[in-house]
Design a protein around this ligand. Structure first.
Ligand code: 13P
Ligand code: SF4
Length: 354
């Protein structure tokens, strides 16, 4: 649907009134009506870096989900305020690992006598608490664009990795990029006693994967890839590494949202692409590249938005910007100091990866 012209005008006016005081970040999965107001767009790695590079902005309005706004708060100075236009914009994957569950898991690893060999690597898509746990235990954060480097670094520090919370990104990176086998990986289920694993299984494993997943990317399966190849001969299949291993193994290209965009930019006219990621981004890319004669389709026939990303809509953005312009700070995301200190350690390790 086209954006409501009144709301577009109000967003523009509020942003103009705020001037350099506000910096709007937009993740690639955001709606068109929101992304048009972003000062920068990016994947979660780029947005974390961009947030940290704007010390002059008093307000960072984060059009994305809760864990991204938390990371921005951790990486920006104390007098900068991070605002999430709708506090209900969470992430189901991040919610799959709580601080209590992860502390319990560490006890299980300690019981099995392996905790000292384990380096935690946590996906950006996790709460500030999990990032703090990671920092406290000598680990790093990673995103889908630097998971390989993060794992290489972790294996230079210890013999085993506890990968939180996305089992698919962990498995795909270990197998595709580090040459491990599926047998090197075990899955820790926080809902079962001892994670559903024996001490021997834990001792034999190199990668201990948390049993988390993305509900959006988890919908793609091998049939999605086979069907699209049958429907569109010569199609290139390009998917996000949050997809299941069977999907990633059957794809031609795998990478973060930023990688997906760069790959399409570099693709020749006349090429055909089936994309396995969130639908707002795929639709935008399909429209953008149609003019250049590149055919871009969604990998699956079922509709696949990220419902929490979609919670940030134009009315919420207008409300946040107008409130700030009127001097009222709304929906601030603020991580407590102790959590922030350890989480920052883990995030800074990521930013320092070669
Ligand atoms: P990237 O933007 O880092 O590829 O991550 C995708 C995602 O799921 C964000 O929630
Ligand atoms: Fe979370 Fe998946 Fe949505 Fe990303 S796409 S915010 S991982 S639910």
């Amino acid at each position: 649907l086209p954006s409501d012209p009144d709301l577009v005008e109000r967003a523009r006016a509020a942003k103009e009134k705020l001037g350099d005081k506000v910096f709007v970040l937009g993740h690639h999965y955001q709606r068109d009506e929101v992304i048009q107001f972003a000062d920068v767009t990016g994947d979660s790695f780029k947005l974390a870096r961009d947030a940290a590079a704007r010390p002059e902005a008093e307000y960072i309005v984060f059009c994305g989900v809760h864990f991204m706004a938390e990371s921005a708060d951790i990486l920006t100075s104390d007098d900068q305020k991070v605002v999430l236009p709708d506090l209900a914009a969470g992430c189901s994957m991040a919610d799959m690992a709580t601080a209590e569950q992860v502390a319990e898991c560490w006890d299980v690893l300690t019981e099995a006598g392996i905790a000292e060999q384990v380096v935690p690597v946590s996906y950006m898509n996790s709460s500030a608490d999990i990032k703090a746990f990671t920092g406290k235990h000598g680990g790093t954060i990673c995103t889908s664009s630097n998971a390989k480097r993060a794992l290489e670094w972790a294996f230079s520090q210890g013999e085993k990795v506890l990968f939180l919370p996305d089992q698919h990104l962990g498995r795909n990176t270990a197998v595709r990029d580090l040459g491990m086998t599926l047998e090197d990986c075990v899955v820790y289920n926080p809902h079962k006693p001892n994670g559903g694993l024996t001490a021997e299984q834990l001792r034999d494993a190199k990668m201990i994967l948390w049993r988390g997943h993305c509900s959006v990317h988890g919908r793609f399966n091998l049939d999605s890839v086979n069907d699209v190849r049958e429907r569109i001969p010569g199609v290139n299949v390009l998917v996000h590494p949050e997809c299941k291993h069977e999907v990633v193994s059957a794809a031609d290209y795998v990478g973060s949202t930023e990688y997906i965009i760069k790959t399409l930019e570099a693709a020749p006219a006349g090429s055909k692409w089936a994309i396995g990621t969130e639908l707002n981004l795929v639709r935008r890319l399909a429209n953008r590249f149609a003019d250049e004669g590149k055919e871009v389709v969604f990998l699956d026939r079922t509709v696949c938005f990220c419902s929490t990303m979609n919670r940030i809509d134009l009315p919420h953005l207008v409300w946040a910007l107008e409130s700030l312009a009127d001097g009222s700070l709304v929906n601030r995301i603020e991580v407590d100091k102790e959590t922030e200190a350890f989480a920052k350690l883990a995030l800074e390790r990521m930013l320092a990866l070669p």
